[in-house]
Design a protein around this ligand. Sequence first.
Ligand SMILES: Nc1ncnc2c1ncn2[C@@H]1O[C@H](COP(=O)(O)OP(=O)(O)O)[C@@H](O)[C@H]1O
Ligand SMILES: [Mg+2]
Length: 335
Amino acid sequence: MRWVEDLFQGHTVIVGTTGSGKSNTLRFLARKAVEKGRRATILDWCGEHGLGFLTPFLPRIPFSDVRELLPTVLEETLRPSSGGISIGYAVTEGLEVAESWEELVVFLKTRALKRDMGAMAALRRLVPLYRRGVLVDGKLEEDLFSDTVLDLSNLPPFERRICLSMLLALIYSRAVSGVLGGDLCVFIDEAWQIHTGFEGMPVTLTMLMELRKYDVNVFAVYQEPLKQLLRYNMVVHTLGHQSRLEYFYSLFPAGVDKLRVGEAYVYTLNRRKWVKVKVPITKAEHVVNARVPRTTLLQEKKEGKVQYSKPSLEERIRRLEKEVEMLKKRLNLKC
Ligand SMILES: Nc1ncnc2c1ncn2[C@@H]1O[C@H](COP(=O)(O)OP(=O)(O)O)[C@@H](O)[C@H]1O
Ligand SMILES: [Mg+2]
């Protein structure tokens, strides 16, 4: 199947209406990637990609890897719905003093006490990820992106969007700093979730596209073909009655509205023409419900304990004590 080979050159956008076969195509291509001996990771929005050859884990995001990109990622993911700009502002201020997620949360709490709306909103979004063990302080011991499914399905919807954007930022920052390693395929189901609501090309996606320089192929699933995405390889499943829009008619081959589930038109930059294909079915082997993180942290290993998403009572008390200490310091209380 030459079209499959061609898709591994450059990035690929997979579009189609709900139920048209996008996720199946994503799994099929992920398996091909593994068969080709490439490293692969699926960012799994709904927990539907439990595959025998890739292991599902809860993602973990170390503070130091994403700190620089954090305000941008938060602003962008939350705009226009949840005061993205004021969240970004509060977080930017916090990053001037904080050296860890823990310290950032404490800083935001101090601000929130003074009714700073940006800080309150930022806390509302970050704390659930922090509590679940997705935001971690410390260094990851293993490679998060080789042959894994990173399962986001246990996170609440808004936090899930943030987590997805942060994972992209993590991949990007690791690539730029030379620790990601090349020959990686990143599969992102429901990638449109990181920028619903506006037409502009988000920074997160731009970063992702930059990844070609670092030998990373991205396969991203969208519900409809955004104009900015037409510069990549395309797999177009049926778009439902949307394909009757004049815009889509002129763009895609006639018959795109008559495609059945699993059929698609593929356009690759190598061949520069449309071919009709039937994507082989690739079933998920089990439902993902990952509550265990991929990697232990170095200090967890040293202490001989692996901390899963729920921190122990002692750990929570320790965090609270540290919080009280820092709050006192910041509020300048003499008590
Ligand atoms: N190539 C295919 N051949 C046969 N059935 C398919 C194919 N692709 C998907 N399906 C079936 O169609 C349904 C929806 O597929 P899915 O890939 O989840 O769609 P989407 O992600 O676009 O919503 C699933 O039940 C799946 O088994
Ligand atoms: Mg799907």
